[in-house]
Design a protein around this ligand. Structure first.
Ligand code: FE2
Length: 282
């Protein structure tokens, strides 16, 4: 081991970091960055239940569960079709190329909310941390597309075009209600994004299982799907925290509820559009 690394392992990690942990209200992560809230990355984090709008958060989760259940195929981004092995390889390729476009823009769309929340240090830092955790996922998806379909990264993947006109990535879509919410309470406009990521772990578990079972893809190219069977459990928590803290009036709660519904509707339309397109392909 290099001298500096040795010093880090023996002194900084064992002594300094422990010392810092006991004096800072924020959580010190292994890379020495700080998470804005203590414990939010621990297994079974429940602290959001003590926040002022916790009851509303519970209600919102129930409502969203119902919407997901009633629009299963569309809110889980066509994954049930893949899970049942109903798409041809060509259809799967088109579907995942569109998904690449969404994933590729995601970090930028998240971080754009920073400018509406500059003065709120807590929310500002959550947004930047969230955005940073989305970086690199698009390249994992691109790896899958390269190895599963022999696509060229630059020519075929980075240049892919959207196939549903005027449709926008479901989770970061700025519907009219979201715009209204942004004016009234910018943290809540941001929070719609991580809150809605709650459907992604199941979506990607179905993908990972279907891609193995029906299409025979090996684990070494399924990193994107395996990773997303759990990473968005943590991202939902960012939403729970911000909503639990800020959605404290009836006006804000009504608007946020409407914003969540409008984004799920947008998602249904978007994925139905993709389904229509790929149904015409063999
Ligand atoms: Fe995420």
């Amino acid at each position: 081991m290099h001298e500096l690394e040795k010093e880090y392992e023996e002194y900084s990690r064992k002594v300094t970091q422990q010392r810092l942990k006991s004096i800072l209200p924020r959580e010190l992560l292994p890379n020495t960055a700080y998470a804005p809230i203590q414990g939010i990355y621990d297994i079974g984090w429940q602290e959001w239940l003590d926040l002022p709008a916790a009851d509303f958060v519970k209600e919102l989760r129930k409502l969203d569960d119902k919407i997901i259940q009633e629009n299963y195929e569309w809110t889980l981004r066509l994954a049930p079709f893949v899970h049942r092995g109903e798409f041809s390889l060509e259809q799967l390729k088109i579907m995942e190329l569109q998904s690449f476009l969404d994933v590729d823009n995601f970090a930028v769309e998240i971080v754009s909310h920073v400018f509406d929340n500059i003065k709120d240090r807590d929310v500002r830092d959550i947004i930047m941390r969230h955005a940073s955790e989305e970086i690199g996922h698009a390249e994992l998806k691109a790896d899958f597309l390269v190895h599963a379909f022999g696509l060229d990264r630059q020519r075929d993947i980075w240049n892919a075009k959207p196939i549903v006109p005027n449709a926008h990535n479901w989770v970061s879509a700025e519907t009219d209600v979201v715009k209204k919410l942004k004016k009234l309470c910018p943290p809540l406009a941001y929070a719609t994004i991580p809150f809605l990521e709650r459907s992604l772990p199941r979506n990607n578990r179905l993908m990972a299982e279907g891609l193995r079972k029906h299409y025979g893809f090996p684990s070494r190219i399924l990193g994107f799907y395996d990773l997303h069977t759990y990473v968005d459990i943590y991202h939902e928590r960012l939403g729970l925290y911000v909503i639990g803290k800020y959605a404290t009036t009836k006006e804000l709660q009504d608007l946020l509820r409407e914003a969540i519904i409008s984004k799920r509707e947008n998602q249904v339309r978007y994925n139905m559009g993709i389904y229509d397109y790929i149904s015409k392909v063999k």
